[in-house]
Every structure is written in C-alpha cells, then in structure tokens.
Design a protein around this ligand. Structure first.
Ligand code: LHQ
Length: 262
C-alpha cells in the first residue's frame, strides 16, 4: 500500500474529506497513516479552498487506535511517549487549532486513540451500530489523544473514569445522550447526513465559525472575565470580516447570504 492509500483525500464544495483507509486492520494507525492524515490536516490549515473537513473511516470500523502490531513488545521495548509526542499529539493539536469546522462520521467501532480522535473533532456523528471503547485499560495503557482532557469535560469524572477503567463499549445512542458526540444516525444515513452538514458548514462564514471554535475551546481554561474579554476581541475580528458584511447585508436585503470564507 503506497503512502497516499492509507488516507483517501478529496476536495469538493469546500469540504476536504479524509478517509482512514486500512480497513483490514480496522483503520488502526501505523506511522504511514499518521503522516498521511497529518498532511491532510496541514493542507486544511493552509488551503483557503478548504472550508471544512470531514473525517471518516473505510470499511466496517472508524479506527481501532494504534496498530498494535507496529508496537509489538515481543520485538523489543518502544518508548510510547515518543510515539505520542511524534504522532498523536501533533494530530490532536492540528485538529483543535484548525479554525475551520471538523466533522467526524464514526462509521463503526472507534477504539483507543480512534475514539479519542473522534471526540476531539468539532461535530461528531456516529452510526447507530458504532461503539466507542477506551481500550487502553485492556493493555495496561492510559487514554491518550486528549482523552483524559476531553472525557471529564464532556461527561464528568464519574463516567470518564468508568469508561477508562473498565474499557466497556459505549453505544452511539448513549454517547449522544451523554454529550460525547452530537448525534447517532441510522447506519445507512450516516454518510449522507455528515456530508450534508460538512457542505453546509463549508458554505458558511468560515472566519466567524473558526473564531467561534477558538472561543469555545478557550472556555475550558479561562475565567469568565478572561472569556468576556476574548469574546470582545474575537467579535471585533469577526465584525471586520467580509462575511459579516455580507451576512447583515443579505439579511437586510431579504436574500440568502453568499459567504466567501473571508
Ligand atoms: C488490529 C487492531 C489494532 C492492529 C483490530 N492493531 N490490528 C498509543 C501509543 C503507542 C502504543 C499503543 O497505543 C496508543 C494508543 C492506542 O490507541 S491504545 C489502544 C489500541 N487499540 C486497541 O487496543 C483495540 C484493539 N482492537 C480491539 O479490541 C478489537 O479489534 C475491536 C474491539 C476494536 C474490534 O473488534 P472486532 O469487531 O471483533 O474486530 P477484530 O478484533 O476481529 O479486528 C478485525 C481485524 O483488525 C483483525 O485482524 P485479522 O487479521 O485477525 O482479521 C484485528 O487483528 C485487526 N485489528 N484492532 N489496534
């Protein structure tokens, strides 16, 4: 499999679709797939034609996390901290710092880092048959890919600890009702619904959406006073965008806005 085959990438209507593509290994991450996915998110950062990202998996699973065959302890000990620092942390930072919407369509099982990458995206939909597993506990590891940060914030300490310590699978409906993801969708409707959402967001006021993402993420560590100051500053920035002028003009002229993402 060549490097580009591990991630399928396509740009249409402002949506960069990135599909994890190692279906025979449940889209578990090897170094090659990490680098290809990173290249996709780096493109999303740089390319103004990309106004939303849609992340999903090929085949019956979303991602089973790290490819455990690639970190086989029988072949010698590896520094897993180095793996995290070199591969997972840069990916998480790219997703969170991208000031464009990242939609995730979880098409099947999401385990280990696969689950936590899905939870780090901005809007996550999951097929009703999908399951989320904090599989780390089964192999003596600690949740990574932002899991220990995201889980307690999204669902509280009690549920975060129970999921992480037991590694019990969580079904998509429950994940949605707990607020871990946005919505559980019938399996056969998942990709249509996710693509429609991504396309709608890609036609939106990208600057304002990106600043909104920044503000909501900053709230996790800001005081109310800091957050109020941030809202002032970001509103100033959004208010000088061409899309703000277009949005208000379109409202006053009783027509649909045509946002350009600037
Ligand atoms: C796999 C994997 C997999 C390789 C399924 N690797 N082949 C960071 C830093 C460094 C090191 C460690 O980790 C991390 C972060 C992490 O992500 S740790 C967590 C790693 N992931 C797991 O522990 C999950 C392991 N997988 C499973 O528990 C099951 O496969 C799940 C529950 C995800 C799905 O179960 P099934 O639907 O029954 O599928 P399966 O087990 O039959 O898997 C299908 C194939 O995919 C199979 O290959 P085969 O050749 O036998 O058909 C699996 O061996 C392969 N596969 N996960 N992580």
């Amino acid at each position: 499999m060549s490097e580009s085959d591990t991630i399928l990438s396509a740009l249409a209507d402002g949506v960069l679709s990135l599909t994890l593509n190692r279906p025979d290994k449940l889209n578990s991450f090897n170094e090659e797939m990490h680098l290809a996915l990173r290249a996709g998110f780096e493109r999303a950062h740089k390319d103004a034609d990309v106004r939303a990202v849609l992340l999903t998996g090929a085949g019956r699973g979303f991602s089973a996390g790290q490819d455990l065959g690639d970190r086989d302890p029988r072949k010698g000990t590896a520094d897993l901290g180095h793996t995290i620092e070199t591969f997972y942390n840069p990916l998480l930072r790219l997703i969170r710092s991208l000031e464009k919407p990242v939609i995730c369509a979880v098409n099947g099982v999401a385990a280990g880092a696969g689950a936590n990458i899905a939870f780090a995206c901005d809007i996550t939909l999951a097929a009703r048959s999908a399951r989320f597993i904090q599989a780390f506990a089964k192999i003596g590891l600690v949740p990574d890919s932002g899991g220990t940060w995201n889980l307690p914030r999204l669902i509280g300490e009690a549920r975060a600890k129970a999921l992480a310590l037991t590694a019990e699978p969580l079904d998509a409906e429950t994940a949605a009702s707990w607020g871990l993801i946005w919505r559980a969708v019938d399996d056969d409707k998942l990709m249509d619904e996710a693509a429609a959402l991504a396309t709608r967001l890609a036609a939106g006021p990208t600057k304002g959406l990106g600043l909104t993402k920044r503000a909501i993420q900053a709230a996790a560590t800001n005081s109310l006073d800091e957050q109020l100051d941030l809202e002032r500053d970001l509103q100033r920035e959004a208010g000088s965008s061409a899309d703000y002028a277009e949005g208000v003009t379109a409202f006053l002229e009783k027509r649909k806005p045509e946002f350009k993402g600037r």
